[in-house]
Design a protein around this ligand. Structure first.
Ligand code: AMP
Ligand code: MN
Ligand code: MN
Length: 350
């Protein structure tokens, strides 16, 4: 199943699909996925709440292929206020998205992307629990496999790498729309090829995607180089109260943004995604934390480490999860209580 990939001049590009021999997902699992998809008339896709580029991009890429195979496709994510984050609105295929209310209550076949637990599916967790077959496509080390079929590779830099595999195995043609979705996932989760997860396989995949004629400059601008003016004002407030503490973990830098701060500047919650990347620059801190109050009044806690501390372990102890150097959880406490509990768990792993 060689996908039809062309370079910018329209010449066939050489394609080496897949992650190589070290992919831990057995061939029987891929075969089972293809079988389930082959049998289904309708495929229901979902990704984690407040989707990032990897979650939404992986899901939409697979949605395109399933649609081209003549399947009925619904795709969604379980946010109470269903809206695609502004920075992902450039992704093609959004006509395939439906709000959680319009999602099948008990899907015949449901495939979920970039979600390590049922809880990460938000409102759609109920639908997933009712699905006859539930396929989990993910790369979180904490994912113990919660569906009827797991396609999990904890070594993969992004779920998009597994989504690309699925596209090829389904016989899909890697066109520019699919490549744009996959590329958004790949660059989001590798921090634009800067994180330690950036292997040769990541660059090889990027080469295949870029060969379809992607505008990598435009994608980068959409993802990282623009925001409403209000972001600068909210950022100023967050940086004004940023705190550096010295502790067992070798320095903790943290700040927070309330929903009142955002409302004052008309800033949606999803615009705060990049704030942690500014805070985590701090040389003096091993660990960075940003508390973001969402529209429901809960704190979404973003955490990062430079590598010594496993923030996934800290966040797992607080009800969340993630990766060694990037993890998160939800807190219903005050800022002070949230930070007190965080410091307490941090001390345990330091
Ligand atoms: P973020 O700080 O939102 O960019 O999230 C970093 C990583 O933490 C994500 O890739 C997820 O793997 C994980 N994560 C974030 N929030 C949660 C949560 N509430 N529950 C479990 N994992 C989370
Ligand atoms: Mn994600
Ligand atoms: Mn991911």
């Amino acid at each position: 199943m060689t996908p039809d990939v062309r370079d910018r001049a329209g010449r066939p590009a050489r394609v080496e699909a897949g992650q190589g021999d070290d992919c831990p997902i057995p061939a029987t699992s891929w075969d089972r996925a293809l079988h389930l998809i082959g049998q289904a008339d309708e495929v229901a896709l979902a990704c984690h709440v407040t989707p990032d580029g990897d979650a939404l991009g992986s899901m939409l890429a697979v949605a395109f292929v399933l649609r081209s195979m003549g399947k009925r496709v619904v795709a969604s994510f379980g946010d109470r206020q269903f809206a695609v984050p502004r920075l992902l609105r450039f992704l093609p295929g959004q006509d395939m998205l439906v709000p959680p209310e319009a999602y099948p209550a008990a899907p015949e076949l449901m495939i979920v992307f970039d979600s390590s637990t049922f809880e990460r599916l938000g409102l759609l967790g109920t639908n997933a629990a009712m699905a006859r077959e539930l396929v989990v496509v993910d790369h979180h080390p904490s994912n113990a496999g919660f569906g009827t079929l797991s396609l999990i590779d904890a070594q993969a830099a992004a779920t998009a790498m597994l989504a690309e595999q699925l596209v090829y195995r389904l016989g899909g043609r890697l066109d520019r729309d699919i490549a744009t979705c996959l590329y958004a996932g790949l660059v989001t989760d590798t921090g634009s090829f800067r994180y330690s997860s950036t292997t040769p396989a990541v660059h090889q995949m990027a080469a295949r995607l870029v060969a379809t004629g992607l505008r990598t400059d435009e994608i980068a601008r959409e993802l990282w180089d623009r925001s409403p003016f209000g972001y600068l004002k909210v950022l100023a407030g967050a940086l004004e109260r940023v705190t550096l503490e010295h502790g067992p973990a070798g320095g903790l830098v943290w700040t927070y943004v309330t929903r009142v701060d955002r409302a004052a500047h008309g800033l949606p919650y999803s615009e705060l995604e990049g704030l942690i990347d500014i805070v985590r620059r701090t040389d003096e801190a091993e660990v960075a934390v940003v508390l973001k109050e969402d529209d429901q009044g809960d704190w979404q806690v973003s955490t990062r480490s430079k590598g010594t501390v496993d923030v996934a372990a800290v966040c797992a102890a607080l009800g969340g999860g993630g990766h060694h150097k990037a993890a998160g959880y939800t807190s219903h406490d005050t800022v002070e209580e949230t930070m007190a509990k965080f410091r307490h768990e941090l001390r345990k792993v330091s």
